[in-house]
Design a protein around this ligand. Structure first.
Ligand SMILES: Cc1ncc(COP(=O)(O)O)c(C=O)c1O
Length: 422
């Protein structure tokens, strides 16, 4: 776990240079510190990550790869990028790493571009059951450029039925199968996916954006060593800057690198790559394992607190950092109403569909919550009981703005006990 060391955000020059942006950033920091942040795809980065992101590495153009750039003056940038690659390789036990993808969606685009031809068929999980837009949704490039046959979860258990996925794969014969999700609270059996892919001759890929920190720490099965291609964002449980990486077996290395550059991107963002290297360095330290274990312990404690107050959780709980609360069934609130009420109480989450949702993604039946930020702030299981109490109280008073304002001041007081940025 990170020590109770307070991080600074250096904006001294900005304060006099651009007061409007300075004030807005200060207000955002205040919001982050005074509220309970439950969005499972967010985290708080260290001062070292912030400093690397704010460094002069942003000034450099470095199209190409270390040792093979299309611009001069890249000796130092090569050191930075090679450090990021090497640390990421060690962290995930990867054969090949590309640290240049700008974010999770372009990383997925590059992974598909490298492994499939336009029009090829692949399988990914439905958005409404936990998949991401880039996993084959019709409004996204992934559903427009490729033929995506989506799999779902079991109606009874609301979890993956690997036999059903296998049967579907045998019928569909996809070129590629993607696992790894956005809103799936249970552990993923990556070995089962490898077996399914082998049995139908599909390229075996995962998008571990959400659980990457857990995989790196050995708290969740890590698919990288035996999957063909794995993408991840670096800013979720992995606790780095906004961005992504692609890890793959050596046989896909050249195709992946070519797909990222020159296939899809121009100049890499080397200040972000420097910050990725810092975050990977932090994740290689022993206390990162403790942090990752604590995320899951906290999620279980929060799940228990919510369920014991009568809230229904999709699949009856969580094995990871996140859970889906069926607020429609539990409290007769839509996801949108619940998200709004919680926000008025200083508690941040996002509305989310639940499996077999009868409502729309814009106003679904659930909210998605998770524990990475609270864990980074140093909260433990006993604190999750309090957090659960705040959530339930806010949902019970969803139409009473005065009560929600009172909860917000209690939340602020509670959060003051877990400072992070000065
Ligand atoms: C599983 C998964 N993949 C990809 C992405 C997209 O990442 P980005 O928002 O960085 O494009 C997300 C975003 O939440 C995600 O959850």
């Amino acid at each position: 776990m990170p020590k109770k060391q307070l991080y600074e955000m250096h904006l001294d020059f900005l304060r006099s240079h651009d007061k409007e942006i300075f004030d807005a950033i200060q207000s955002e920091k205040k919001r982050q510190m005074e509220g309970i942040e439950l969005i499972p795809s967010e985290n708080l980065v260290s001062q070292a990550v912030l400093e690397a992101m704010g460094s002069v590495a942003t000034n450099k153009y470095s199209e190409g790869y270390p040792g093979k750039r299309y611009y001069g003056g890249n000796d130092v940038i090569d050191i930075i990028e090679n450090l990021a690659i090497e640390r990421c390789r060690r962290l995930f036990n990867a054969q090949h790493v590309n640290v240049q993808p700008l974010s999770g969606s372009p990383a997925n685009m590059a992974a598909y571009y490298a492994t499939m031809n336009v029009g090829d068929t692949f399988m990914g999980l439905k958005l409404t059951e936990g998949g991401h837009l880039t996993h084959g949704h019709p409004v996204n490039f992934s559903g427009k450029l490729y033929k995506c046959v989506q799999y779902g979860v079991d109606k009874e258990t609301e979890t993956l039925d690997y036999d059903a996925v296998k049967r579907q794969a045998m019928e569909v014969k996809p070129k590629l199968i993607l696992s790894g999700y956005t809103a799936y609270p249970r552990a993923i059996d990556f070995k089962a996916f490898r077996e399914i892919c082998d049995s139908v001759g599909a390229i075996c890929t995962a998008d571990i954006a959400h659980i990457a920190g857990l995989c790196a720490a050995g708290v969740h099965e890590n698919p990288v060593p035996y999957f063909d291609v794995v993408t991840t964002t670096t800013h979720k449980t992995l606790r780095g800057p906004r961005g992504a990486v692609i890890m793959c077996k050596q046989e896909f290395a050249e195709k992946i690198d070519k797909a990222v550059f020159p296939g899809l991107q121009g100049g890499p963002h080397e200040h972000i790559i420097a910050a990725k290297a810092v975050a990977f360095g932090e994740a290689l330290k022993p206390d990162f394992k403790e942090y990752a274990k604590q995320i899951v312990k906290n999620a279980r404690a929060l799940a228990e607190a919510l369920m014991s107050s009568g809230l229904r959780l999709v699949s009856g709980g969580t094995d990871t950092h996140l859970m889906l609360v069926d607020v429609f069934k539990s409290k007769n609130l839509t996801g949108k109403q619940a998200e709004h009420a919680l926000e008025l109480a200083g508690i941040y989450c996002n509305k989310n569909t639940i499996p077999f949702d009868t409502r729309t993604p814009w106003d679904p039946s659930g909210v998605r919550i998770g524990t990475p930020v609270l864990t980074t702030r140093g909260m433990r299981e006993k604190d999750m009981k309090e957090v659960g109490g705040f959530i339930v109280k806010a949902l019970d008073n969803a139409n009473d703005e005065a009560k929600l304002a009172k909860i917000k001041s209690e939340v602020k007081e509670f959060c003051a006990g877990f400072p992070f940025y000065k």
